[in-house]
Ligand binder design. Sequence first.
Ligand code: ZN
Length: 268
Amino acid sequence: MPADFSATRWERAYRRIVRTAFLRVPFYRDQWVSAGRALAEPEPTPSAALTGQLHRLCPFAQPFDASREPSLWIDEGRELRDALSLVGAPSRTPVLEVRAATLDRRVLPRGVLPAWIGPRYGVLLSPGAKVLDEGRRRALNAEALRIAAEAGRATLIGERAALDALLPELDGIEVNTVERMTAAHAVLSKRAGVVHDPHLGYFAASATTCGRIHLLWRHFHAHPAGRALTVTALRRTRPTLVNVIPDDSGSLITAVCPEHGAPIVSTH
Ligand SMILES: [Zn+2]
């Protein structure tokens, strides 16, 4: 567990991204316009309301161009890497992520922890993924299955139902499954796993040492706004995500882990 969390530095990083959002990003700038005054911080926005907003969530100076670049909702893998480190996934085991579409990525990015040399990475299409037929799905999954077979082991990440459906395809391979859940599901079920939102990506995970849902604080800030939990991406500006209410986050709050002194997501 990272021991060097500093609440002061964390708040400073949040204020910095809030400033950037209001000065440079249309989505947030427009909130000042509709309010008719300068707001102290962006209004909480439900994650679902961000669909179709990529062009407004990028800075004026670096606009999003759908004809020239892939969707910015595709993460770079750093958050997944840190989430896996929190849940104690073996660091050199190939990572297979269940996704709705395939992705041209061969390794996860190298981490700050020395043990992370960037494991091999592959995508397994979820049972509900839109493909021509079963043959095409198998062909697209073949590369990821080959990586796992070669190593004889794999860490498989996906929703419970997808994990159950795909496990038979990894027969004979030592598989460490990591369940992907919404924030409320993770906190209430007390099951080990990683927390994901369609727009924020991976933003928290259960820590292997204490079982609590730790926020990936190097990447995200979180605080309660009214009855909602809002999450802010600290390291990204394309898209700039400030005060986003994750899907299915119910009435969760943030707290400090009594064991680790770092921020966690919890219930009242
Ligand atoms: Zn903890």
